[in-house]
Structures are given as structure tokens and as C-alpha cells.
Design a protein around this ligand. Structure first.
Ligand code: CP
Length: 352
């Protein structure tokens, strides 16, 4: 069984194969209709979603499969106190593949340890969102024709923005990419992500304004400030309007800039920018269906095993208050050491 928890679960060759297949499916969708007839996708969404959930469902329906699941845990037995393990154990016998979204970091990894079918991480708290990244890569292939030698500006909530973390983890594998990190100091990217860039052959630069960054970019990846991840409303309000892309700032941007946004947008991009041909975020959401069709086909063809990194340390407790191990206390405490020997949680990757 092969899971997709983090894009590291795939080799760069596999990633390229999935991206190219998505482009091919989008060009000739009729050739793939009915390919998964008789198969079932389970969608376990413990957190709200529009695009991820519905694009997974659309992908499976286009492939001829069927779907089961919930989009509100309060209408499932989770509301009666059922733990993640039991829910996943049961549904993974009903479904051939499960896409799971959960507010706790590392939840998809925890689900994969007990599942009887492949698990796809559809977003785990502020940690990772690998299928959004597949969507982003497919969009860049359509728009730029390549995934290397790009200067990519990432703007907004780089601390909790799981789409940003997953995108960086994928783009470091392609030569010549450079990241321009545009955020306030409160929402800067976590140190472990900076280390990941530094340990790759890519560079990064931190810039505090969109005006300074825009002229340098091939790609601008805007993100929403994630209200639901803040400790208090006051802290959110201090951040929410710091970055706003508008038509005036767009005058500073190169003609071939490609503006991505995982959506939903709140007010970080002025609606008038939607009419600019450089704004491709709605096309991006559409590519997500084909990215997920390609991914589901790939996952169901695999018979290799995804394993958990590290070893069990029964007495150790993860320092991340948002880690799945804090609520699902029966989980075995796995930790691994990073390249610098620092101990990290195998579920949420938090460093000690
Ligand atoms: N991009 C994304 O994850 O959107 P949803 O939250 O609507 O699924």
C-alpha cells in the first residue's frame, strides 16, 4: 500500500510522472472515463473544504468510481467520541482509497498507520497539503512549461500556510529555483522549512513588502491569513490586512508573472486583479481535478509500502500543541533525527 502523506513519499520521477499524466488527462479526459469503475473513494473531512473535497469527488466520478464519506465530523460518530484510529480502520475496509483532511498536524500519517487502504493527505492542520502542491505543479507546467529555474515569491501566512510548506518541499527538487519569502516576522516560515531549503541546492531571500519583491518574480504564490490557526482574534486582526495585491501593485510585476493562490481568497487579492491574464488561480483550481485523477490512478497502481520514519520513544512527548499525538494519545511516539541530529516528531515534523 502506498500512501501520500508528504510529497517525500514519492520520488521526483514519480512526481513528474503524476504531473505529466495530469496534463495528458486534461487534454484527453474521455480516455480515462470508467478506468476506476467499481472502486470507492472515502473522503473524511474533519475540517471545512470546498475545492479539495469536491475536486477529489469530481476526479473519482470522472474515473467511473464512487464516493463515500463525511464533510462534517459532527454528522458522523466522531461526534460521539470515536477516535481517528477506529474511524479510519472501519472506513478503510469500505473504501479503496481515502482522502483525509484534519485540523491536527500529523493526522494523515496517524491514519496511514492503521488503514487497510491507501491514505491521501488532503491537509493536516498547518503542516502539509501535498495534493494542493500537485495542483500547483500541474498549473506551473501549463503556464510556464517547466518546474525549474523559477523565482517563486510566497506571500502571506508562511507560518501556518501548509500549501506553502508542501510547495517548497516539492520545488527544491528542481534545479535553479529560488524562493522569496514575503511575510511579517510573526508569520515567517518555520525554522525547519528554512533548514529544508538550506539543505537543498536552492536559495531563499526574505523580503517584507510586495512592492520590493514583485519585479523579481516568475511566480507569486499568494496565501490567506489563516484565521482559524491563531490563538486570539487580536493576533489575527494585526496580520490580516498587511499584504494585499491590487491593480496598482500589479504594475510593478513582470508581464509573464504567474499569480497562484490555493484559494479560498479573503481579501489578500483585490477582485479587480482577477481580470488580469497573469491571475491564474481559478484555472489552478480547475487543474486540481486532473491532478487528483492522476494521483488516484497512480496510488491504486502501486504495491510498494510507505513506512514511518524513526523509532518509538514511549516516554517522549511532541512539543507541538497542534500535533495529532496530543489528542489521539494512544498513538505510538515515533521520532526521527534530521540531518543536523535534531529530534523531530514523525507525525508533524516539529523539531525539539
Ligand atoms: N485549496 C484548498 O485547500 O481549498 P479548500 O480549503 O476549499 O479545499
Amino acid at each position: 500500500m502506498k500512501h501520500l502523506i508528504d510529497l517525500d513519499d514519492f520520488s521526483i520521477q514519480e512526481l513528474d510522472q503524476i504531473v505529466h499524466k495530469a496534463v495528458e488527462i486534461e487534454a484527453h479526459p474521455e480516455a480515462y472515463y470508467g478506468k476506476l469503475s467499481g472502486k470507492i473513494l472515502g473522503t473524511l473531512f474533519y475540517e471545512p473544504s470546498t475545492r479539495t473535497q469536491m475536486s477529489f469527488q469530481t476526479a473519482m466520478l470522472k474515473l467511473g468510481g464512487q464516493i463515500i464519506g463525511f464533510d462534517n465530523p459532527q454528522t458522523s460518530s466522531v461526534s460521539k467520541g470515536e477516535n481517528l484510529k477506529d474511524t479510519v480502520k472501519v472506513i478503510s475496509n469500505y473504501a479503496d482509497v481515502i482522502a483525509i483532511r484534519h485540523p491536527s498536524e500529523g493526522a494523515a500519517k496517524a491514519a496511514s498507520l492503521v488503514a487497510e487502504c491507501p491514505i491521501i493527505n488532503a491537509g493536516d492542520g498547518g503542516h502539509l497539503h501535498p495534493t494542493q502542491t500537485l495542483t500547483d505543479l500541474v498549473t506551473l507546467m501549463h503556464e510556464k512549461g517547466h518546474l525549474d529555474h523559477l523565482t517563486i515569491g510566497l506571500c502571506g501566512d508562511l507560518k501556518f500556510g501548509r500549501t506553502v510548506h508542501s510547495l517548497i518541499k516539492a520545488m527544491i527538487h528542481y534545479p535553479g529555483n529560488k524562493f522569496i519569502l514575503i511575510s511579517t516576522k510573526e508569520l515567517t516560515i518555520p525554522d525547519y522549512m528554512k533548514k529544508i531549503i538550506l539543505n537543498s541546492n536552492c536559495e531563499y531571500e526574505e523580503i517584507s513588502t510586495l512592492e520590493e519583491a514583485l519585479p523579481k518574480l516568475d511566480v507569486l504564490y499568494m496565501t490567506r491569513i489563516q484565521r482559524e490557526r491563531f490563538e486570539s482574534k487580536e493576533e489575527y486582526l494585526k496580520q490580516k490586512d498587511v499584504y494585499r495585491l491590487d491593480t496598482q501593485k500589479m504594475r510593478l510585476a513582470p508581464e509573464d508573472l504567474c499569480i497562484l493562490h490555493p484559494l479560498p481568497r479573503v481579501d489578500e487579492i483585490e477582485i479587480a486583479v482577477d481580470d488580469d491574464p497573469r491571475a491564474v488561480y481559478f484555472k489552478q483550481a480547475n487543474h486540481g481535478v486532473y491532478a487528483r485523477m492522476s494521483l488516484i490512478l497512480h496510488i491504486l497502481e502501486q504495491n510498494t509500502q510507505t513506512s514511518i520514519k524513526g523509532e518509538i520513544y514511549p516516554e517522549k512527548i511532541c512539543s507541538n500543541s497542534r500535533c495529532i499525538t496530543q489528542s489521539e494519545t494512544y498513538l505510538k511516539r515515533y521520532f526521527y533525527r534530521d540531518k543536523d541530529g535534531v529530534m523531530c516528531c514523525s507525525y508533524c515534523d516539529a523539531h525539539e
